[in-house]
Design a protein around this ligand. Structure first.
Ligand SMILES: [Mg+2]
Length: 402
């Protein structure tokens, strides 16, 4: 985003306030209730000096509405609570996001509480957004967990500093944009054959599919047979979401899946059962990737030997700073890399995409699964992630956030 004057910033914030008061929030959250103005992206009264080197953090709730009911081993849902953050400094603006699927244990309320502490206790001590390391270390120490809330601060700081430098983060990190992988497109588990057929058809553009299994041997084979009856050739990644309980059954399934064009298995068994994963890892003809077992940087070392690789997600690992460190450590340990996502808007997806040239696999379809994405950002070309020269994350708000 180009540099804006303080006057522009205040004028736009005023327009946003007026719009939020007058227009139903359908554009924002797909619901008919009116937009909330409390804790919105409107600067607080005492933020009048936002243009003088002060870091100002604001946020707004958003409900991500999914195009299809999303079922994984353990739960189903139609929407995801999200909080969009904005940090402003000297007329520059950076956007961030916290997305909270139920199993993360965070909510919009818990994110608000956490962000208030960041706003009131941490940011006033800094006047330089480039001190991301120190700001995020202090943010991390505020409370355990709250990883999505932490990520929403980290992502906004990266967007902000990238915009100030006038460069995208893939370039600042020195990555090669032509090395981006194709993103997989996720087909959730469904008992209804017609829904599975419909979703398989919808995924016909994708160069690689990701199928959610872990419901049991027969149910899982039924899904794959159904998908293969429509799509014979597209490589498939499997995410069992810890759903398989027996290592021998898991190994048999992996052999059968390989014969059906599957190329990788994500988190086949319980996140706590590293022994079974190590046993599988030694014998599996396909790479086994840790997702639930791998939350943060400090988890990686104990996973070497139990998994062939890790799935990095910004909402688990507190954002882009730690994700970049996880890339370095995993590569040093000879592990494969995957980048994944929750149901997220194009803000968090575009943030994750900055790391994608380093990845063997990418599962960055969270924004495509949304019916109401409130940002423009990373684009796919023929299924492949493309990275452009737009600074920061390369995102532009749309709808009420514009
Ligand atoms: Mg997974």
């Amino acid at each position: 985003m180009q540099k804006t004057t303080r006057r522009d910033f205040i004028r736009k914030a005023g327009l946003l306030a007026a719009t939020a008061m007058a227009v139903p929030s359908a554009v924002l959250d797909g619901k008919t209730t009116r937009a909330r103005t409390a804790e919105s992206l409107i600067p607080r009264e005492d933020s009048h000096d936002a243009g003088k080197g002060r870091l100002t953090l604001e946020w707004k709730d958003f409900t991500g509405v999914m195009k299809h009911t999303f079922t994984i081993s353990g739960s189903s849902r139609n929407s995801t609570p999200i909080v969009i953050t904005r940090i402003t400094w000297n007329g520059y603006t950076g956007y961030g996001e916290a997305s909270m699927p139920p199993y993360l244990g965070e909510s919009q309320a818990s994110v608000h509480e956490f962000l208030k502490k960041v706003r009131d206790e941490i940011l006033p001590r800094f006047d330089d957004p480039f001190r991301i390391q120190e700001i995020m270390e202090e943010t991390d120490r505020l409370a355990a967990n709250n990883t999505a809330a932490k990520a929403s601060v980290d992502i906004a700081l990266h967007d902000l500093t990238g915009r100030i430098m006038g460069q995208p983060w893939w370039k600042i990190w020195g990555f090669s944009p032509e090395k981006t992988p194709c993103t997989s497109f996720t087909i959730g588990y469904d008992d209804d054959d017609e829904v599975v057929r419909e979703k398989t058809d919808e995924a016909s553009w994708a160069k690689i599919l990701k199928v959610k299994l872990g419901m049991g041997e027969e149910a899982d084979k039924r899904m794959i047979r159904l998908i293969r009856s429509i799509n014979r050739d597209t490589p498939i990644c499997i995410d069992a979401n810890q759903g398989w309980n027996d290592r021998y059954m898991a190994l048999d399934m992996i052999g059968w899946l390989r014969e059906n064009g599957v190329v990788m298995i994500e988190q086949p068994m319980s996140k706590y059962d590293l022994d079974s994963h190590a046993w599988l890892c030694e014998r599996s003809p396909l790479p086994i990737i840790a997702d639930e077992s791998c939350q943060r940087l400090t988890d990686i070392r104990k996973l070497a030997g139990a998994f062939h690789g890790i799935n990095i997600k910004l909402m688990k690992c507190t954002g882009m700073r730690e994700a970049r460190e996880m890339v370095t450590l995993a590569k040093a340990l000879g592990m494969k890399l995957m980048i994944g996502c929750m149901t997220e808007t194009s803000v968090a997806i575009s943030a994750a995409a900055q790391l994608s040239p380093e990845m063997e696999w990418a599962d960055l379809d969270g924004n495509i699964l949304l019916a109401n994405d409130c940002f423009d950002g990373m684009k796919l070309h023929d299924g492949k992630i493309t990275l452009d020269d737009m600074p920061g994350l390369g995102v532009t708000p749309k709808g009420l956030l514009a």
